[in-house]
Ligand binder design. Structure first.
Ligand code: KG4
Ligand code: ZN
Length: 331
């Protein structure tokens, strides 16, 4: 079975072809980041218009590169939500039109389900059940994953997402949008221990997170310092250490609570080198293994949506989660 995956939830047009026998056949991505960066964030109307411009050429490109025809596609998976309404509509409309023309099933996939399953595009792929730490620009959640469509929310952020905190702090430090990767790079020149920032909700006794106070603490710190490049790097490092510590401790607590020894990390912040290193080391001390998506599949992409669609088709479950509500179903 060959599944076409379409991702248009935000500022990336992602398209992929996934074969249930042979794996990922081809995938491509057009990022609108440079277009939005001059505005300091994503402009929804510009995003939708650009998805319209890109999507059909990208589908053609993926088919050509995989040496496949439209008629070879057996199902279409597209991101149903959450995301920007206009941007989502582009992917949904193209999927519906193609599905109708080709007379094949069309599946709306929850964006987070795509992220959640993205480490399964790598080898070795994690076996079910596992705990997933989802850390993207819009979400921060800990999930118990028992199988395709069997997800139980264990904890989530009560305010900003981890990626959002990275982006807002990066902005305070004068870095561009989205600033997560740039902040991480700047932190590489920072001196550990120069500044200490709070570890929000570290001892809250649950698996929830909070990151908005951390950003405010950074602002207070910036206002008190005479800033130069070294101080900016020191603050970036202190911020990154605070976020990484909280994410690591809560993920380990989730493993211990559920008696699991497999952790999957997904979403854009999962590309963070410091998080990967720290989490892998700490988890190994408890006998747990951590699985990550390839770097290119941490942030939004079509491959994870095609894979989620393929897994849904194989599980004979074509009724994906509600795209708007909390991402919790049938544990
Ligand atoms: O998963 P994603 O593409 O978007 C959502 O679905 O929200 O994640 C994007 C987020 C942004 O906030 C970006 O700053 C962050 O992931 N990010 C990083 C890194 N690379 C991307 N954050 C920290 N370190 C990185 N290396
Ligand atoms: Zn995403």
């Amino acid at each position: 079975m060959i599944i076409l995956g379409i991702e248009t939830s935000c500022d990336e047009t992602g398209v992929a072809l996934y074969d249930t026998d042979r794996g990922l056949l081809n995938h491509t991505l057009f990022s609108q980041i440079s277009m939005h960066s001059e505005y300091g964030g994503v402009v929804p109307e510009l995003a939708s218009r650009d998805h319209i411009r890109r999507i059909l050429p990208l589908i053609r490109q993926v088919l050509n590169k995989a040496q496949r025809e439209l008629d070879d596609i057996n199902a279409i998976a597209y991101t149903k939500g959450p995301g920007l309404a206009g941007a989502l509509l582009v992917g949904a409309s193209v999927a519906a039109a193609l599905g109708y023309a080709l007379n094949i099933p069309v599946l709306g996939i929850h964006h987070l389900e795509g992220h959640l399953l993205s480490p399964l595009l790598s080898t070795p792929a994690p076996q079910f059940p596992f705990i997933a730490l989802l850390v993207s620009g819009g979400h921060t959640q800990l999930m118990q994953v028992n199988g395709v469509g069997q997800y139980r929310l264990l904890g989530e952020t009560v305010d900003d997402a981890a990626g959002e905190a990275f982006d807002k702090t990066a902005k305070l430090l004068g870095l561009g949008y989205p600033g997560g990767a740039a902040l991480s790079e700047l932190a590489g020149q920072g001196r550990s221990g120069k500044f200490k920032l709070p570890r929000p909700m570290l001892n809250s006794g649950d698996l929830n997170f909070s990151f908005s106070g951390l950003k405010t603490a950074v602002l207070t710190l910036i206002n008190k310092q005479s800033m130069d490049q070294q101080v900016r790097a020191d603050i970036a490092l202190a911020f990154q250490e605070a976020v990484v510590t909280v994410l690591t401790e809560k993920a380990l607590a989730a493993l211990s609570l559920t008696k699991s020894n497999r952790l999957v990390v997904a979403g854009g912040v999962g590309a963070n080198y410091h998080l990967r290193k720290h989490l892998t080391q700490k988890a190994a001390q408890t006998g747990a293994t951590v699985f990550y998506p390839q770097l290119e599949f941490c942030t939004d992409n079509g491959a994870m949506i095609a894979l989620a669609g393929a897994m849904r088709m194989q599980a004979n479950d074509t009724t994906p989660n509600d795209s708007t509500g909390s991402f919790t179903v049938r544990a």
